[in-house]
Ligand binder design. Structure first.
Ligand SMILES: [Zn+2]
Length: 232
């Protein structure tokens, strides 16, 4: 069978048997469930809704604005799902321009590929700047600007329901508040009167939640933020 190609060839790829089988399989799956899913060739709707997150680091006088736009799949059905589609980063500070631009393109490509994109958050948050990190309000340690971007994506994913918040239950919260009062009474610590510091001034950095909230209680290093304790 011969085909006459009328249009110009923009790109080409030889499909392997596996490629064909996978394409048929995914087409069938979609047909059976009649569901939209995220994939590389999904067409971008004219309008997307999203959120913009402001990041202000002590390392630059200009803030950074991260915009994450979402696509709503299977709108109006019980399978309705909001997924991030693209990310843009804007700043007056052009110092890291090419790397930031490259990062946004790669992240957007991962979003559009479909599948689980939540791993991005952990990967980005684990980037340490060799020049050193800094503490944010509430005593959270931020190891780099890339980690800040990871945190913004994380809060967005939590907001749209892709990531579940690992919240402590009420009993655990009460327990940590009681522990904190005990510590403050013991050390005559008045840092709780200071709005900016959520935890005692003498607290050390917790390796689990990266917050300055680790205190020595009853001979054990205990984190007043996430409850992590070396003594179990
Ligand atoms: Zn902790």
């Amino acid at each position: 069978m011969t085909f006459k190609i009328e249009k110009k060839i923009a790109s080409y790829k030889v499909l392997s048997t596996e490629d064909k089988a996978a394409a048929v399989q995914s087409a069938n799956d979609a047909k059976i469930n009649n569901l939209e899913s995220m994939h590389e060739n999904v067409t971008r709707p004219e309008i997307l809704f999203g959120s913009t997150y402001k990041i202000k680091t002590p390392q630059s006088e200009h803030a950074l604005y991260i915009t994450i736009n979402d696509m709503v799949l299977n709108m109006g059905t019980e399978h309705e799902e909001r997924r991030p589609y693209e990310v843009f980063i804007n700043s007056k500070n052009m110092e890291h321009f090419q790397w930031v631009l490259a990062l946004t393109r790669v992240i957007s490509a991962v979003f559009r590929k479909g599948g689980d994109a939540c791993f991005l958050v952990e990967e980005l948050k684990a980037v340490f700047d060799p020049k050193g990190g800094y503490f944010k309000k509430g005593g959270v340690f931020m190891p780099s600007l890339v980690a800040e971007i990871g945190c913004a994506i994380e809060s967005h994913m939590k907001q749209i329901g892709m990531l579940k918040d690992k919240e402590l239950d009420d009993h655990q919260k009460q327990f940590l508040i009681a522990k904190r009062r005990e510590f403050e009474a013991l050390h005559n610590d008045t840092s709780s009167l200071d709005e900016n510091s959520a935890f005692p001034a003498k607290a050390l950095l917790c390796g689990k939640c990266q917050t300055k909230a680790l205190v020595l209680m009853d001979g054990c290093m205990t984190c007043l933020n996430c409850g992590d304790s070396k003594c179990g």
